[in-house]
Design a binder for this molecule. Structure first.
Ligand SMILES: Cc1cc2nc3c(=O)[nH]c(=O)nc-3n(C[C@H](O)[C@H](O)[C@H](O)COP(=O)(O)O)c2cc1C
Ligand SMILES: [Fe+2]
Ligand SMILES: [Fe+2]
Length: 409
């Protein structure tokens, strides 16, 4: 059952997290399977003569969020609301909150944020909206808040807040991940280890389409000198980073750049009656002979892995092998959709080997080949043939794997 967690993060300045733990969600953005759930994090900072709220929560959890908020502050006392990003997972409760606040608080965000908020919730919500420019500083309650635009992390509206005196970075989507960690922060290594794969999956499925901007934006923050010295990174989803704040941005950089884990090869295929599967057994065998570690996802009449999980495996793979049957003169629908999402969300310069099986006229292999050739991936070879695999096919498959391995090294 969804619940709200309210905890004090810091005494000087007085800072609280209001974290809504959403374990009811099935599909983030109505698409991505997340049995691990997600959290929506908002933060309250109490200063001299000012109460600043950073982001809010999802509309569905308005009552829960308000209940949590009231534990630390009377909503009427909020003087400023920083809107880092207007996606409704961080803004849905704004209308109700502003109503309870009596519209006293000043909203702070980018020009895009103002336009998007008005579009989502109407004019009244943006009546008291202050538009900040990239790098602009504001003095609030004796603190200096610097607002830095990080476009496409995740939307054009997105910015982060850097609190100059405390070296805090409020990142919203930047630095976030799926999952409902047992702890609020990164103090427990076990929690962090379990959480990081959910971060990768979050980055690819949510921000992956813009992954080159991840590296660009982190470089921008680094060049401003605020990353290395950050004392805390406070994202809009998942863990707060204060034991090792650099770690989360380094993780983001690796995913953004597609840095491989040694020997990991991602193998994805469908098989309706086992013909593709026989071929993939050869592929996996040959990969293992060369000390590679295949990570296998297969669509059969018994299994249908979540595409969101497959996407999370792409960035740190050295190479991909995609096997598909021809289905109504096209790529099998499961692999077709998976590939479509890989090319959109996880389009990296990595070698790919394509394997196909067909009944009367091979189409899948050629279609995949065309799609790959238009992407950043490098096509190493396509091995496609009819029905039962022959000895000659087997040799071609093994040769394909050897070529793939050469490409990696
Ligand atoms: C629903 C369905 C549609 C198919 N459409 C085609 C097709 O358009 N062209 C073709 O050559 N084979 C087609 N096939 C045959 C398969 O591509 C072929 O049997 C292949 O070896 C299947 O491998 P698998 O059993 O590993 O899925 C189709 C098979 C099924 C079940
Ligand atoms: Fe977002
Ligand atoms: Fe978000």
């Amino acid at each position: 059952m969804p619940k709200v967690r309210v905890e004090k993060i810091c005494s000087e300045p007085e800072l609280y997290i209001i974290r809504v733990d959403d374990d009811r969600i099935g599909y983030f953005e109505a698409t991505w399977d997340i049995p691990e759930g997600i959290t929506y994090n908002a933060y309250i900072m109490k200063l001299d003569g000012a109460v600043v709220l950073f982001d809010v929560s999802k509309k569905e959890y308005t009552d829960l969020f308000m209940e949590g908020l009231r534990k630390v502050v009377d909503p009427k006392e909020i003087t400023h609301i920083v809107v880092h990003h207007t996606e409704p997972d961080h803004t849905g409760t704004l209308p109700k909150l502003l109503e309870e606040n009596g519209y006293r608080a000043q909203l702070i965000g980018t020009n895009f944020a103002k336009r998007f908020l008005e579009g989502f919730y109407g004019e009244k919500v943006v009546e008291n909206f202050y538009t900040v420019k990239d790098g602009e500083e504001m003095k609030i309650g004796g603190r200096t808040f610097r607002f830095i635009a990080v476009p496409w992390l995740h939307w054009p509206d997105t910015m982060i807040t850097y609190v100059v005196e405390d070296k805090f970075i409020f990142g919203c989507d930047a630095g976030g991940g799926y999952g409902i960690p047992e702890t609020i922060d990164d103090s427990d290594e076990e929690v962090v280890e379990k959480y990081l794969p959910h971060v990768t999956k979050y980055i690819v499925t949510v921000i992956g389409h813009y992954h080159k901007y991840i590296v660009q934006n982190i470089n921008k923050l680094k060049s401003l000198g605020i990353v290395e010295s950050a004392r805390m990174i406070l994202p809009g989803h998942g863990l707060v980073w204060r034991k090792d704040p650099l770690r989360i941005f380094e993780h983001y950089e690796r995913v953004g750049a597609g840095t491989p884990t040694k020997d990991k090869v991602l193998v994805i295929y469908d098989s309706m009656y086992g013909f593709v599967e026989k071929r993939m057994e050869v592929i996996i065998d040959e990969l293992k002979k060369h000390s590679k570690k295949p990570v296998v996802y297969r669509f059969t009449d018994k299994e249908a892995p979540a595409v969101s999980d497959i996407l999370g495996e792409v960035p740190d793979s050295e190479a991909l092998v995609i096997g598909a049957s021809t289905y109504e003169a096209d790529i099998h629908p499961r692999v077709r959709y998976t590939l479509f999402e890989i090319l959109d969300k996880a389009n990296y310069e990595k070698p790919v080997l394509v394997v196909g099986a067909f009944g009367w006229g091979g189409v899948a292999g050629k279609k995949i080949e065309t799609l790959i050739s238009r992407s950043k991936f490098d096509l190493v070879d396509t091995v496609e043939s009819r029905g039962m695999m022959s000895e000659e096919d087997e040799e071609k498959l093994r040769e394909g794997v050897r070529k793939l391995i050469q490409w990696i090294s």
